[in-house]
Design a protein around this ligand. Structure first.
Ligand SMILES: [Fe+2]
Length: 359
């Protein structure tokens, strides 16, 4: 879907019923809109320590009311639109010099130069729902970092590089997974592509669809939730016990749920399997894999582009690339967003806690 023409007040008219020319929806910010958003962020930078501060996370929803109207309208209109796989806001300001070098590890990525981008991602996220993080991922941060890390080039986590990051629904193993995944591209000099695909409904026969709607599949946590991918000090924590249980004894779940003609999708290409000995389910899963492989397409997020992927029905991944390790590597800020934080209350310590798995 291309950007709709703007009206006099800078607000795009409602989407027409015409089929989308591309499966995502874009808003290219004017320089004035980008500057207004940046000014709001500068205020946040002065007022709050960082995006992890509980005071900021409480206030962010109201602060986001002061974002440019065109941005708020674009996101508000998309909330009930099932056609775009993602919303992409292009043309946000990123001062490359101020940003500084791409860190060597996510642990050292809470840099002063990247604070403005984290705040902006968080404010946009608040127009979709509530931000949250995982106690078992990147030491329990709400805004996390995607950058290549030396030594894990061929791993199955987002800090891989030489190996393609296989398509997945973010945290498909969990009933509390995000409704949207936000990605803010701070730097992407080699134009490494993000991959996306929706449910290939037209390519699935009735029998395969029937099977995918049944509790016959095991979806395990991806490796980013393992103690080895968190800081050493965190590794003995009981919060990893629930992850270990989900790895060893996953419940059988359906891959598709909801409306037959517009289902929700729950799958991770690398961490999904049929229930033990279930050959029918195995065949259905294989068929779906092939169809998603065939449907996968690329979106390049350049510096200043923010994408919100609909994690309820769209898988994402990333093409393989050659890491540089020279301070100029691809770097994105990432955020999980839920439309209803209360849904995960049983795995959060308090009503206003944003961290899942920290009871
Ligand atoms: Fe992901």
């Amino acid at each position: 879907m291309t950007t709709s023409p703007a009206t006099d007040d800078g607000v795009a008219p409602p989407h027409s019923a015409a089929p989308p020319a591309q499966p995502w929806s874009e808003l290219r910010l004017t320089l004035g809109e980008a500057a207004d958003a940046a000014a709001l962020v500068s205020w946040c930078v002065r007022e709050y320590e960082d995006t992890e501060a509980p005071e900021f996370l409480v206030d962010a929803t109201v602060i986001a009311h002061d974002l440019p109207k065109s941005i708020r309208t674009f996101i508000a209109r998309a909330r009930l639109d099932e056609r775009p796989h993602a919303l992409v806001l292009r043309g946000n300001l990123v001062d490359d010099e101020l940003l500084g070098a791409t860190p060597a590890h996510w642990r050292s990525a809470l840099t002063p130069g990247s604070r403005p981008s984290s705040f902006l991602l968080a404010l946009y996220a608040c127009l979709f729902g509530d931000l949250f993080g995982w106690a078992t991922q990147q030491d329990g941060r709400v805004v996390t970092d995607v950058l290549p890390i030396q030594g894990v080039e061929h791993s199955l986590v987002s800090s891989s590089s030489r190996q393609e990051l296989g398509w997945h629904i973010e945290d498909a193993f969990s009933p509390y997974r995000a409704d949207y995944v936000g990605l803010f591209s701070l730097r992407n000099p080699d134009r490494v592509a993000t991959t996306l695909a929706g449910v290939p409904l037209d390519e699935l026969d009735e029998r395969t669809l029937d099977l995918l709607f049944q509790d016959r599949f095991l979806i395990r946590p991806d490796d980013s939730h393992l103690p080895v991918n968190n800081s050493t000090a965190q590794r003995g924590s009981p919060k990893f016990e629930e992850i270990a249980r989900a790895v060893d004894h996953p419940d059988a779940v359906p891959i598709l749920t909801g409306h037959r003609a517009a289902p929700q999708l729950r799958i991770d290409g690398d961490f999904s399997a049929p229930a033990d000995g279930d050959e029918e389910a195995g065949a259905a899963l294989e068929t779906l894999r092939k169809r998603i492989d065939a449907a996968l397409y690329e979106v390049v997020l350049d510096a200043g582009d923010v994408a919100f992927i609909d994690n309820r029905r769209v898988v994402h991944g990333r093409r393989a690339f050659q890491p540089r390790y020279d301070g100029r590597d691809r770097w994105l800020k990432r955020a999980n967003i839920t439309r209803d934080l209360y849904r995960s209350r049983e795995v959060r310590a308090s009503g206003d806690s944003r961290i899942l798995g920290q009871r």
